[in-house]
Ligand binder design. Structure first.
Ligand code: NAD
Length: 253
């Protein structure tokens, strides 16, 4: 493991343009459960069904109760962990240019990352389905489900539900980032949700090295990705960043 961490750190320190693709797994150590994998929401219900736009439109109360309200409670208290902080540090060092995240939790920005593409939108804001009025999720009262705007319309989070398209500007920015990086870090994603999972494929086809950090192998492992560092994102990233800092300090001497 230590040898692998050193190898990854050397590749990161030598890279000119790193892009990260992150998924729910990066926020597990911040207390937010993923969809798939151990302890995932999947064990309670099928997120593909509950987090589908058709489910929301046909029964918004059910989706608010099962998914959105519990996520809202978690987001109020969640703090970035060493993995979010590590990626922000790589940006500060000028090595990492963009984080493409599938997460809706805002933890990358809270950790200090500046160039973040929220590929699946965000839970930070809600929008009225009728009049388009926007409110901050933390400011909304959940005594009535689903919460409603003054106009009577139902609020929805500004996320991309399954069955909805990725906003064109986010898809464009991500494709450009993926095709111009020389190294992509793929952290905490099961790499099964498209088109997000295609970004590492674009990067690889454009000549980038792909490194995964995940306790489990994914469909990318051994095909698209060159290396898998098997472990928890925060724990692994803390070691990688310490090693990158050491390599850069040696170079400066
Ligand atoms: P996923 O739930 O499908 O997969 C989670 C992945 O994280 C798995 O591969 C698992 O092995 C890995 N993992 C678990 N613990 C980890 C840890 N400590 N460190 C590193 N990796 C760990 O997640 P996905 O690929 O992002 O796709 C699911 C969709 O669900 C995404 O669209 C995302 O928007 C949404 N989602 C977001 C959040 C969030 O914002 N935090 C939480 C749940 C789901």
């Amino acid at each position: 493991m230590e040898e692998l961490i050193k190898k990854v750190a050397e590749q990161i320190a030598a890279a000119k343009h790193i892009v990260a693709l992150t998924g729910a797994g990066i926020s597990v150590e911040s207390g937010i459960p993923p969809f798939r994998g151990k302890g995932g929401l999947w064990e309670k219900f099928d997120p593909m069904e509950v987090a589908h736009i058709n489910s929301f439109m046909s029964n918004p109360e059910k989706v608010w109760r099962l998914l959105i309200s519990s996520m809202k409670d978690l987001l109020v208290s969640a703090k970035p962990n060493a993995a979010h902080i590590g990626l922000a540090r790589l940006e500060e060092l000028g090595l990492l240019k963009t984080v493409i995240t599938q997460n809706i939790d805002g933890l990358h920005q809270m950790a200090g990352s500046r160039d973040v593409v929220e590929f699946h939108g965000s839970f930070a804001w809600l929008r009225c389905l009728d009049c388009g009025n926007r409110v901050k999720t933390v400011d909304i009262e959940l005594s009535q489900m689903p919460p409603r705007c003054e106009c009577g319309g139902i609020y929805r989070p500004e996320c991309v539900f399954f069955g909805e398209s990725i906003p064109m500007q986010d898809l464009d920015r991500s494709q450009v980032a993926a095709s111009t990086c020389d190294l992509m870090l793929v952290v905490g994603t099961s790499a099964v949700v498209q088109p997000a999972a295609f970004m590492p494929v674009i990067a690889r086809q454009s000549g980038a090295t792909i490194i995964e950090i995940n306790p489990e192998p994914t469909p990318l492992t051994g095909t698209t990705s060159t290396l898998l560092v098997q472990g928890k994102a925060g724990k692994v990233m803390r070691k990688i960043i310490a090693e990158v800092e050491r390599i850069l300090a040696d170079k400066r001497q």
